[in-house]
Design a protein around this ligand. Sequence first.
Ligand code: AMP
Ligand code: MG
Length: 312
Amino acid sequence: MSAPVLPPTNDAITHAADLLRAGGLVAMPTETVYGLAANAADAEAVARLYAAKGRPRFNPLIAHVANLEMAEAQGVFRARALELVEAFWPGPLTLVVEVAEHATVSDLARAGLPSLALRMPDHPVARSLLAEFGGPLVAPSANPSGRISPTRAEHVAADMGDLIDLILDGGPCASGLESTIIDARGDRPALLRPGSLDPAEIDRIWPGLIRPEANPDAPQSPGQLLRHYAPQAKLRLNATTPDEGEAYLGFGAGEATLNLSTSADLTEAATNLFGMLRELDQRYDRIAVAPIPDHGLGEAINDRLTRAAKTA
Ligand code: AMP
Ligand code: MG
């Protein structure tokens, strides 16, 4: 059944927030493109989102917030980062900051990173939904991976209608150009992704912008930051049984130190992946991981495990 497409009345916003609280997926207009929103704190909802998009790997997602208080509950903003917030929020600027100690954004939404990307969007419908929901929402573009980003509700309905719960129709989006992503953790701001906010504007508030392409020591693209998180423990993949002294991260029936999903459900496995890896990493030096089927979300799980095994 295809998701209903509703104009963004108060009732529709209330309904959308209820769906999100229940773990649902709601397409909403932002000032850039239509985003597919899910509760950032609900790893299972985030796993459903990755599955709906058919993402072959877990990229960290941007958590959208309604106000600064909500942002500061999730991330640690240094003085310079707050100046950028002051100057450009709400708007197409995403800030990468350190994750706050009591943050609720799930490990899966952050792809296991110790950092977090936050943005306050400037679209009335996105803002009302965030305010009504009362917590951070991840919202990557509402299209299947590899397809063109949707700028109208009809695009979302055609491409993803059967996979999601509701589409809020806010009319055509203004631009289609994504947000500018700045890493605001260091002594100088670093441009991780050019976008619709001109970097010269950033420089005006916080001089010394680093462009990672021009700096061989910095990551070349946001995706490469994924390599910054890898377990200390040595990973052995596709292991049907653990060796002596190894922890066993299982999948499906059978004995295991921890099990990604005893019922061999890939969405449940994705939900548990980062938390369980982290937990085993704290207790063991060597982790054997059960074979994970390479279809559906399994492809993203295997991509992540392969990289974690390489860098360990
Ligand atoms: P989008 O697909 O527009 O939601 O954008 C997600 C982008 O944000 C991806 O390019 C990610 O690599 C980037 N991103 C999200 N979280 C982080 C993070 N913690 N550090 C660096 N980049 C991030
Ligand atoms: Mg996209």
